[in-house]
Write a protein that binds this ligand. Structure first.
Ligand code: NDP
Ligand code: A1CAB
Length: 269
């Protein structure tokens, strides 16, 4: 039998990870989940065939514990787990703001390896960006085990833990900024008199095309934008308005606010 993985607090991110693990070929009897509500446990069992256990049982019987509760629920979960976590477990925390030092201190297990990961919802389509940081007692082997879990669902990168709040602002929250832009651009299509479905299809395919070019062309985004922007053309007319309304400055401040909020979450607020 391979290593058993428990996902503790299986909400949106936890479920996305479970689905990714199973898509990647992890046998279903090597994955367990925990949930706070019985109806949620039943839902996960029905969708994926995964067994649902209590948090303490998960800690006792799984080799790797992936914590996917909200930052505000982390203290309660760790207090519940503390008496049951042997020192040979790998604990992976996926919560914004929560440090590996906090997890280790709350669990109170000497030498416990803790790894912090910030992933994002494209886990659901195997296009996640997962940034991985070792805590004090996490070794190369623990990082590799963490990468084995997250690589099948997208890209992974190793970053120092000191960068995790910034990473959370960029790629953790990042998909939401793109959805926000797409939503606003579809509204603009309505303003210009297009049917909503037409506006939706035009913008979504433009977003997909732009995303693939950003990833695959190797070109800097400025070059790609310049290639669209004809002299005295339509694009520069739009860009003048974006600059006039301070969209670039708004993005700088927005991501700074997200970084600051991630820092605040570290104190459980
Ligand atoms: N959503 C996102 O895009 C991203 C989220 N994250 C991080 O992932 C974590 C989860 O976020 P998300 O999935 O959106 O949140 P959800 O609220 O969807 O998931 C958290 C789940 O944990 C359950 N839960 C809470 N306490 C316990 C407990 N003691 N025992 C068992 N289950 C418990 C909740 O139960 P109940 O259903 O009863 O509330 C809920 O189902 C957060 O820490 C967030 O920072 C990271 C990257 C991206
Ligand atoms: O909004 C949040 O706090 C979480 C963390 C990153 C994305 N969603």
């Amino acid at each position: 039998m391979g290593r058993r993985i428990a996902v503790l607090g299986t909400g949106k991110m936890g479920e996305a990870l479970v689905s990714g693990l199973l898509r990647a070929g992890k046998p279903v009897d090597e994955v367990v989940v925990t949930a706070r509500r019985p109806e949620r446990a039943a839902e996960l069992a029905e969708r994926y065939g995964v067994a649902s256990v209590g948090n303490a049982d998960a800690a006792k019987h799984a080799d790797t514990l992936i914590l996917t509760v909200k930052p505000q629920d982390m203290g309660t979960l760790l207090a519940e787990l503390a008496p049951h976590v042997p020192a040979d477990r790998l604990v992976i925390s996926g919560a914004a703001g929560i440090t590996t030092a906090y997890v280790a201190a709350q669990l109170g297990v000497e030498g416990l390896p803790v790894v912090r990961v910030m992933t994002n919802t494209p886990v659901l389509v195997d296009e996640a960006m997962s940034a991985i940081s070792p805590g004090a007692h996490a070794t190369e082997e623990h990082l590799r085990r963490t990468e084995e879990i997250f690589r099948p669902v997208g890209k992974t990168i190793r970053v120092p833990e000191s960068q995790q709040d910034a990473v959370t602002a960029l790629s953790g929250s990042g998909p939401a900024y793109f959805y926000f832009l797409v939503e606003a651009m579809i509204d603009a299509g309505i303003l210009l008199g297009l049917p909503r479905t037409t506006a939706h299809d035009l913008i979504v395919q433009s977003a997909v095309g732009a995303g693939v070019m950003l990833r695959d062309s190797g070109e800097h985004p400025v070059k790609l934008r310049e290639a669209v922007t004809s002299p005295a053309g339509t694009t520069i007319a739009a860009i003048r308005e974006l600059e006039r309304h301070g969209v670039r400055a708004a993005l700088l401040e927005a991501l700074e606010a997200a970084r600051d909020r991630s820092r605040e979450l570290a104190s459980g607020s």
